[in-house]
Ligand binder design. Structure first.
Ligand code: DCS
Length: 283
């Protein structure tokens, strides 16, 4: 039986009834997080919970629980589902109330929900690399908020999927921002480039881990945006996220990147990343 987080309780999935007037359902008025779980242990949970609260504040939504309480609930969610390696998803919406754009009153509580999913690490992608395609970034200008509104991302990912690609590399007028559900990096002449963490990208938790790994292995980092033309000339390209970790991109729209194999720095970053996670096992 699967268990979910529902407000301040862990309940059997069957017990949950979603209100059709929920603002998450009608407006995408809420925020979310995805946290990786390795062998039952939450990875960078502190950072994810902090970003959850930061996103909530940016949309003026007050989470009615302390961070400690949320951490406790997330652990309970993992335990209730006996989760090994996979991830948990959780979101909070501005509550259920008859449809009206204007915020509801304080009497309408936000709705917190979450679930757990067993999901092995995508090791084949780590080893072989993936293909990507350039897609126009048509999203709003507050991509720093992990909003439930994902239409721009959904359309881009679907386009990538239909082209047989793993990820859509988003760009605004030729300047790469990030992936549809990931951050993007290029390595050229021993320097790692990635878009600065401003309003145009989500400041990935994995991104922070990778930048730390880069410092540790002596790979200089420039938080500078690069163009689609520059991307194709990079020695190495990488896509990162909670679930993708450090995934090499070996081809973009039919153009082979570097040698067409995961590059040397990418390999080193993967090895360094492995030292951070609760188990070094490539399961
Ligand atoms: N950029 C966007 C637009 C994302 O949606 C994500 C993660 C990232 C960057 C990478 O952030 P993290 O390193 O913190 O994961 N998207 C989550 C998602 O929707 N599924 O998996 C991760």
């Amino acid at each position: 039986m699967a268990y979910s987080l529902w407000n301040d309780r862990i309940v059997a999935d069957e017990e949950i009834v979603v209100n059709k007037e929920d603002r998450g359902y009608q407006f995408g008025d809420g925020i979310y997080e995805v946290v990786k779980v390795y062998n039952g242990e939450l990875f960078t949970a502190e950072e994810h919970v902090d970003r959850f609260y930061a996103s909530a504040e940016k949309i003026r939504l007050t989470i009615p629980y302390t961070k400690d309480k949320l951490h406790q609930l997330l652990h309970e969610l993992v335990e209730a589902n006996n989760l090994g390696t996979g991830h948990i998803y959780f979101q909070i919406t501005r509550g259920a109330t008859p449809r009206n754009h204007i915020f509801p009153g304080l009497d309408v509580p936000p709705v917190l929900s979450g679930s757990a999913k067993e999901n092995p690490r995508p090791v084949a992608n780590f080893e072989s690399g993936v293909k990507a395609t350039f897609v126009d970034d048509i999203r709003w200008l507050r991509c720093d908020i992990k909003s439930l509104n994902l239409l721009g991302a959904v359309l881009a990912k679907q386009e990538a999927h239909e082209k047989g690609c793993y990820e859509a590399i988003l760009h605004r007028d030729g300047t790469i921002t990030e992936g549809s559900s990931s951050n993007i990096y290029g390595i050229k002449d021993g320097v790692l480039y990635t878009h600065p963490a401003n309003n145009l990208i989500l400041n990935g938790i994995t991104r922070a881990v990778i930048l730390k790994c880069a410092a540790e292995i002596g790979l200089p980092v420039k938080e500078e945006a690069f163009t689609t033309t520059e991307a194709l000339e990079m020695d190495e390209l990488i896509v990162s996220s909670t679930t993708s970790e450090v995934t090499p991109i070996i081809e973009v729209d039919g153009t082979v990147i570097g040698s067409g194999q995961p590059g040397e720095w990418t390999r080193k970053l993967q090895v360094q990343f492995d030292t951070k996670i609760p188990t070094g096992i490539r399961s």
